[in-house]
Ligand binder design. Structure first.
Ligand SMILES: Cc1cc2nc3c(=O)[nH]c(=O)nc-3n(C[C@H](O)[C@H](O)[C@H](O)COP(=O)(O)OP(=O)(O)OC[C@H]3O[C@@H](n4cnc5c(N)ncnc54)[C@H](O)[C@@H]3O)c2cc1C
Length: 395
């Protein structure tokens, strides 16, 4: 790929930077800033910020104009992501299922009526979505899912259980995969539904994570009625739609900046710690580890760029997204492991302990980083995809 930006792209980058500088919430990033606390407040804040991004023309960057987007290129999306991460602008993870997965899936596979009904409310943050794919017996092997959808007249009647459904308790809608053909096995006979989370028959039970949050949930469906008009793609042929969604989930492009910031933060901490101990230099082992993280962040950046080149060429995310997902999630864990070794017991103190380091940042990130190699497909699954679908190796 050509790594130089065109004058238009340079202009776009400056435009993003200027907009963020003048629109980030007042006091954002300063110690005095009161970040929202608790899942409901975090989601509310994200909705408001998404609305602001939409008004600024930054929502749905690569979506077509007729779908409310900006028709921007994938390079522009990358530049936006890099500037956004560099400014450490608000994390939109809580509402990203809608913007990152559902919107692109409906654009690619939905009906005109579905586009009309759902896209604008995703872009403005008015409606929040969750992803009902995983089940107690179907995670990596999603095609073995058992939640039933009985086709009855103009409706699908859903019964069964999903699990690990992030932010289900605060979501308006859910993308749900169910087995509509009871005689089918594996990938055949599945359907992809858009389900109103206020429908009678849905019960949500939170699951507490080791970070202390209860952000994901078990979701139970007891004869929940879903109109047929909310099926994406054909009934019994939902697997193609699932694959389109998963490709978008694994093709995030600007995670490298976030990890680079984390790596630089760790290096600064190591230097501060060493000078507080009266040492002029870090010990050689720590220096080597920190240097390796810096090298890995650079590798990740260029791998992400290569991915964007491919995306720009093909127009749809491909299996190469797995290389970025795999490398980024394992690098995140290596950085956090180094932080933990450097800080020793101090790194385990939680945010409200007076002796904690950087308000419990390192303890929280160490625990949270364990999830990175599980969500959006585990590392083993990414390796299988790379082996079979990128390198063409036998199963
Ligand atoms: C923080 C977080 C948020 C999540 N949010 C959501 C959400 O919103 N919606 C949703 O639907 N899901 C969500 N998930 C679930 C996630 O998608 C699954 O946990 C993941 O797909 C793995 O499935 P599993 O947990 O059932 O593990 P399993 O599939 O049971 O895997 C167990 C182990 O076996 C390995 N393994 C399995 N199959 C193979 C194979 N063929 N080859 C080699 N190794 C294999 C796996 O790598 C893993 O180490 C979330 C998970 C996390 C951690």
């Amino acid at each position: 790929m050509d790594l130089r930006l065109t004058p238009d792209e340079e202009h776009f980058r400056r435009e993003v930077r200027t907009w963020l500088e003048s629109n980030l919430p007042t006091g954002w990033g300063t110690p005095a800033y009161q970040a929202p606390e608790g899942a409901a407040a975090v989601v509310d804040f994200a909705r408001g910020w998404q609305q602001k991004l939409h008004e600024g023309g930054w929502a749905g960057l690569t979506w077509p104009r007729e779908c409310g987007g900006r028709d921007a290129s994938y390079v522009e999306q990358l530049l936006f992501g890099e500037e956004y991460a560099r400014a450490q602008a608000p994390d939109l993870m809580t509402i990203s299922v809608g913007t990152g997965l559902v919107g692109p899936t409906i654009i690619a596979k939905g009906t005109a009526a579905q586009r009309e009904r759902f896209l604008e409310n995703i872009l403005t943050g008015k409606e929040v979505w969750c992803q009902g794919f995983s089940e107690p017996g179907a995670g990596s092997d999603l095609a073995s899912l058992r939640t039933r959808g009985e086709v009855k007249g103009e409706s699908i009647i859903v019964s069964g259980q999903k699990t690990w459904t992030s932010f289900a308790m605060l979501s308006d809608w859910c993308i749900l995969v169910v087995r509509t053909d009871p005689d089918s096995e594996r990938h055949g006979g599945l359907s992809f539904l858009l389900v109103d989370m206020k429908s009678p028959g849905i019960t949500i039970r939170p699951l507490k994570e080791m970070t202390g949050h209860a952000w994901f949930n078990e979701v139970f469906f007891d004869h929940v009625v879903v109109p047929k008009e909310n099926v994406v793609g054909e009934i019994h042929h939902g697997w193609d739609v699932v694959i389109a969604t998963l490709m978008h989930e694994r093709s995030a492009t600007a995670g490298h900046v976030r990890l680079q910031i984390e790596q630089e933060r760790l290096a600064a901490l190591a230097r501060r710690d060493a000078s507080a101990d009266g040492k002029k230099r870090l010990d050689p082992l720590t220096r080597q580890q920190l240097a390796q993280h810096a090298i890995d962040c650079t590798i990740l950046r260029y791998t992400a760029y290569r991915n964007v080149t491919k995306l720009q060429r093909d127009g749809v995310p491909g299996p190469e997204g797995s290389t970025v997902k795999l490398f980024a999630s394992e690098l995140e864990q290596r950085i956090q492991q180094s932080a933990s070794e450097l800080l020793g017991p101090r790194g385990l103190l939680v945010a409200d302990d007076p002796r904690t380091v950087e308000h419990g940042h390192w303890n929280y990130e160490l625990l949270w980083s364990r999830a990175a190699t599980i969500y959006a497909g585990t590392s083993e699954i990414q390796r299988n995809i790379i082996a079979q679908r990128v390198l063409g190796l036998p199963r």
